[in-house]
Write a protein that binds this ligand. Structure first.
Ligand code: FAD
Length: 532
């Protein structure tokens, strides 16, 4: 019989012991009584600083009768569920499908279409990886922006220059498939069980290229520097994808997975009357601290224990039902990076390498922006709102792709900084008043929340804390409206997908949405429903 024990407390260091030994110590008998043990999940329980521990979920086979044995408080014994079998038979009818975007949504959509024998064309407006990495280095080292190859656009999508966290709040059977795929193409197998799996930009870049090569070997055709500029519709249904060169690719279905920064694409879709609605997002700054300060606050006396990774945090401060400030996409051991994609605008975000060893900790520190804040009913008003404040940040940085920066203490006093605390940001931080590139209601919420966060994370508002502006691309400013069959409710054959379409927020959820869309397309070709 195969069993699962969840919520099993393990002291720091115990997670490194062979699993059969741990099971024998827990359940009696010999280590050999426990076969095929697998660590399914490992999370850190740091609620009590003096007794930080792990909580583990273990699966194993045994012939022993263990049903009535006592377990530590909170731990639970169940029979292990059967794994999902991912193999599917090819479909009989194979439509021509164009996937727009090579981010996680487009990539995993293409992979799943290939499982059904459908060979898509993948259009990517940005550059392939090596060219993209050079262009991004040009921005970070010399402050020169290439609008076609940057941290938002190019092979692998927005998550390529990222922290590579694979955590997601959605619950879906395809999450396992996504994480297994990253492992198959080079991610550390630990991401299969860590509660907060992290890959790192250095590894995710390699994974993206290997996944694309595998997709190409199986029949997908990737086109880089190939921007979807228009769509031909016939009788309300997709007939062809039109590239910026004027080339037309006849097709029956277009998967729209362009990410949240494809502003010209949103305008083109709006021009065709594609069904969309305004969507709320969040806006603010990136906050950076020395990693040692965060470790001390989160781990207390256990700081420095070899079992502990650089600490992260998550903080929220609610101001009534419609307003809240919170940390977003926290990157332990990471760098703050310039993520602009439009000339004349500055955008910051965070990334890290697999080792998370920069010595800095950064996080988005953002406030909710509701659709009522956009100041217009125009469908794309949220997008124009983002642009307006990104341009203000560009001006505050002296019309450069540096980032305006203020110490937290000066921000709380409403003034520009003269000297700045140390930062990882490249190309350069510009001492300024970040308040000048934030809407008043965002500033107010951040000023209201920081003292509260300082009580939760000791040193959060200390002299070593720096704010860099502007964190504006937290999610899409629109949501495309799709029906239960995944197609746009306004245009047949158009499949909105991933973060830009408003159906995901992060690498894993975008990848899962790509799989979901591939399943919908396969069903139009006769495949049986596979996933919820
Ligand atoms: P994207 O990844 O944005 O991909 C869209 C692709 O479409 C792009 O490559 C773009 O060039 C292409 N495209 C756009 N328009 C067109 C067009 N008209 N024609 C052809 N191609 C087009 N998420 C996490 O879960 N964990 C993290 O640690 C994390 N860190 C991040 C760090 C940074 C710096 C950034 C920017 C994002 C981070 N994210 C993270 C968010 C994550 O990257 C996104 O949620 C995810 O990439 C969205 O996937 P997607 O496929 O929907 O869109």
């Amino acid at each position: 019989m195969r069993y699962l024990i969840s919520n099993l407390p393990l002291a720091l260091g115990e997670e490194k012991k062979p699993l059969p030994d741990t099971l024998a110590a827990l359940l009696g008998g010999r280590a050999a009584d426990f076969r095929d043990p697998v660590l399914e999940r490992l999370s850190l329980d740091a609620r009590h600083k003096g007794s930080i521990r792990f909580l583990a979920t273990l699966a194993f086979d045994t012939d022993r009768d263990i049903a009535d044995l006592p377990l530590p408080k909170g731990a639970q014994l169940d029979t292990a569920p059967r794994p999902v079998a991912w193999a599917v038979p090819p479909v009989a009818r194979k439509p021509r499908v164009v996937v727009v975007g090579s981010g996680p949504a487009g990539t995993f959509c293409a992979l799943r279409l290939l499982d059904y024998g459908i060979e898509p064309v993948v259009l990517e407006r940005g550059a392939p990886m090596s060219e993209r990495v050079r262009a991004v280095a040009g921005l970070w080292n010399e402050a020169v922006l290439d609008p076609g190859a940057n941290a938002q656009f190019g092979e692998g999508g927005a998550g390529t220059f990222s922290d590579g966290k694979l955590t997601t709040r959605i619950g879906h059977p395809a999450i396992r498939f996504v994480i297994e795929t990253f492992v198959k193409f080079g991610a550390d197998p630990k991401v299969l069980y860590l509660a907060r799996p992290h890959v790192g930009t250095d590894v995710i870049r390699k994974c993206s290229v290997l996944i694309r090569k595998e997709a190409e070997a199986r029949g997908a055709r990737y086109r880089f520097r190939a921007r979807l500029a228009d769509i031909r519709f016939r009788d309300g249904a997709v007939a062809a994808a039109v590239l910026d060169t004027g080339e037309e690719i006849a097709c029956e279905a277009i998967v729209l997975a362009p990410g949240h920064s494809a502003r010209d694409t949103f305008e083109m879709l709006h021009g065709h009357g594609v069904a969309m609605r305004q969507k709320a997002f969040a806006m603010g700054v990136r906050i950076e601290h020395p990693q040692a300060l965060i470790d001390q606050s989160q781990y207390g006396p256990s700081k420095g224990h070899p079992s502990l990774a650089p600490a992260d945090y998550k903080v929220v401060c609610n101001f009534g039902p419609a307003r809240a400030a919170y940390s977003f996409c926290m990157c332990p051991g990471g760098e703050v990076i310039q993520c602009a994609s439009e000339p004349g605008g500055v955008v910051v975000n965070g990334m890290s390498n697999a080792r998370r060893d920069s010595g800095f900790a950064n996080s988005g520190l953002v406030a909710k922006v509701n659709t009522a804040d956009f100041g217009s009913d125009h469908l794309l008003a949220g997008m124009y709102f983002q642009r307006k404040w990104e341009q203000a940040a560009f001006r505050a940085a002296g019309e450069t792709y540096g980032a305006p920066a203020t110490s937290v203490q000066d921000f709380l006093r409403g003034r520009a900084s003269g000297n700045l605390p140390a930062t990882s940001f490249r190309p350069f931080a510009v001492p300024a008043d970040v308040g000048t590139c934030l809407p008043d209601f965002v500033q107010e919420q951040l000023r209201g929340a920081i003292p509260d966060f300082d009580r939760k994370i000791h040193g959060f508002a200390s002299r070593q804390a720096l704010l860099l502006a502007i964190e504006s691309r937290t999610s899409s400013p629109v949501q495309m409206i799709r029906g239960e069959d995944g197609q746009s409710v306004s245009h047949r054959g158009l499949y909105p997908c991933g973060e830009g379409a408003g159906f995901a927020g992060g690498i894993t959820s975008a990848a899962v949405d790509g799989i979901r869309v591939a399943e919908w397309i396969a069903q139009t070709c006769g495949a049986a429903p596979f996933l919820p």
